[in-house]
Design a protein around this ligand. Structure first.
Ligand code: GLN
Length: 546
């Protein structure tokens, strides 16, 4: 059993500095050095999980195989480190308090006053060490920014663990910001100094500083930060802005982050091999081809809402040597009547995003319609699949009032709650969540992509294709290319005679990894590429009209 080493990653100065990417990148480097690694995320909010939060509040909700609704940083961990996470990898303040209060009610603390220290911090420590002995290294990312009231118990738990486990077995990394003041032409170290000071008030002395910056840090600046923050100069690591997040591991490797971490933890490790990763990044940065994909969704202002979809498209682009240019289309504004310009007219593929609530649904249905009648490659994810089915029922099967019972009372609820969801009252954690098996039908587009009979994909939805309408839909040409093994739940649909039109009830984006991507996204981009080329060829073949 390995003696597990713990690396705590905290952040300072401001949020959104990329702590999740930094954690995932370090995880990848340590894995490449030959260690077994996992990563945990601790979130300071009181919601039990982000499942009930609006994407504008939280960004994407990342779903794990075991059906936990978690922070999107777990997506970075899975994609970068290539691990499969579970509900044990994400803890919120809400979960910690929930657990402690339940224990109190059961009488576990009889006679005692239940307090933040030690009861809350003990529960945090239990969760931080939940994989003790199972991995060589556990990365513990502490959400929020040092100085936030909410993060204090997490930092206190980390401090105690450092003391208990000793300096050979624990390490503290702090991510800060070194702003460049243009008018003065200078990088400023003061915010970093203050941030480290705040961290030290919690009793944590950083071993390594990752300094996020838009300009190179000179030797002098690094020396100054080292001196004022009481950190070795070589452990002041520049984290320069990069074009694409997959470059961050390369950047850290060039600055020797893995070597410093291993030295401080007294570990040896094998030499770092990153060729496969470098090739992947190279293909993202200078691909041969390009396609334009319309992403039809509601949260087009806030790209974190569709994080895994964007990453899956990037991966598919790397696999197919294609730059995937996105055209963001707000589903609420998509209405072809009376608009001069149709934003879907010249795209190579249409992706209709998942979602909840009636807002924007008619726009999504219109997008599915446009893709169907114009033979444009279409990928509908979850609600995007449901909208395609509604569109098909309305316009092909002759049921103009067809809808999902999520959005309207209708005589034709082609998308509906099945009995298991009808009795559900509480909203938190009660959808169909996590990995479910799906049997893929041979000879379909889905089969061509997966080339596998039995697949597992992750779900997050309440509504399903209503089996009552299935015979009618199928009679009119809807192809069911994937179902649950008992055949009851429809998981994948496509259209006969269309170049590539696939709707999936699950979320394939959560399983797209470096370097192979996800087969459905890869095949979607390939279809878009073929369509793009066909249109180009046609345009050249047309006689000139001028
Ligand atoms: N709102 C739909 C449902 O609950 C789709 C959910 C989704 O797109 N993830 O079934």
């Amino acid at each position: 059993m390995p003696v597990t080493k713990y690396i705590f990653i905290s952040g300072g100065v401001l949020s959104s500095l990329g702590k999740g990417i930094a954690t995932a990148s370090l995880g990848l480097l340590l894995k490449q050095r030959g260690f077994s690694v996992t990563a945990l995320k601790f979130d300071p909010y009181i919601n039990v999980d982000p499942g009930t939060m609006n994407p504008y509040q939280h960004g994407e909700v990342y779903v794990t195989d075991d059906g936990a609704e978690t922070d999107l940083d777990l997506g970075h961990y899975e994609r970068f480190i290539g691990i499969t996470t579970s509900r044990l990898n994400n803890t919120t303040t809400g979960q910690v308090y929930y657990e402690v209060i339940q224990r109190e009610r059961k009488g576990y603390y009889l006679g005692k006053t239940v307090q933040v220290i030690p009861h809350i911090t003990d529960e945090i420590k239990r969760r931080m060490t939940i994989f003790d002995g199972q991995y060589d290294i556990v990365l513990v990312e502490i959400g929020g920014t040092v100085g936030d009231i909410e993060s204090l118990p997490f930092l206190e738990a980390a401090r105690q663990l450092c003391l208990e486990r000793g300096s050979q077995n624990t390490l503290n990394i702090h991510l800060t910001y070194v702003p460049y003041i243009r008018s003065a032409g200078e990088l400023k170290t003061k915010p970093t100094q203050h941030s480290v000071k705040t961290l030290m008030e919690s009793g944590i002395r950083p071993d390594i500083l990752l300094c996020r910056t838009e300009q190179r840090l000179s030797r002098d600046v690094r020396a100054k930060i080292a001196l004022f923050c009481n950190v070795e100069e070589e452990a002041v690591i520049e984290a320069l802005d990069v074009e694409c997040v997959y470059e961050v591991p390369q950047l850290f490797a060039r600055r020797g982050l893995d070597a410093i971490v291993l030295r401080k933890l007294g570990l040896q490790g094998k030499p770092l091999r990153m060729e496969w990763w470098n090739r992947f990044v190279q293909r993202i940065k200078s691909p041969k081809h390009a396609v334009t994909i319309a992403l039809v969704g509601k949260y087009t202002q806030y790209q974190d809402s569709y994080k895994s979809i964007l990453e899956a498209l990037t991966h598919a682009g790397a696999v197919t040597n294609t730059r995937v240019q996105l055209r963001w289309i707000n589903a609420e504004e998509l209405n072809f009547n009376g608009t001069l310009h149709n934003p879907l007219e010249d795209v190579d593929g249409i992706l209709v995003a998942p979602g909840f609530g009636a807002r924007g649904v008619e726009g999504k249905i219109a997008a599915a319609h446009y893709a169907r009648v114009h033979n444009i490659p279409y990928l509908g994810i979850c609600l995007g699949m449901q909208c395609a089915v509604i569109e098909f029922a309305r316009n092909v099967c002759g049921l103009p009032q067809a809808h999902s019972s999520e959005f309207a009372r209708t005589p034709y609820p082609v998308i509906d709650l099945l009995p298991e969801q009808q009795k559900v009252k509480a909203k938190g954690g009660t959808m169909r969540l996590g990995a479910y098996p799906c049997v893929v039908r041979r000879g379909t587009h889905a089969w061509k992509a997966y080339r596998q009979e039995l697949i597992y994909e992750r779900h997050r939805h309440r509504y399903e294709l209503n089996p009552e309408f299935l015979p009618l839909l199928q009679q009119h040409g809807l192809v069911v290319s994937g179902t649950s093994p008992d055949g009851r739940l429809v998981e994948i649909v496509e259209l006969a005679g269309h170049r590539w039109f696939v709707g999936v009830q699950f979320h394939p984006e959560f399983k797209s990894r470096v370097p192979n991507g996800h087969p459905l996204f890869v095949h979607f981009i390939r279809a878009a590429l073929r369509y793009h080329r066909e249109r180009l060829a046609q345009a050249h073949a047309l006689p000139s009209t001028s």
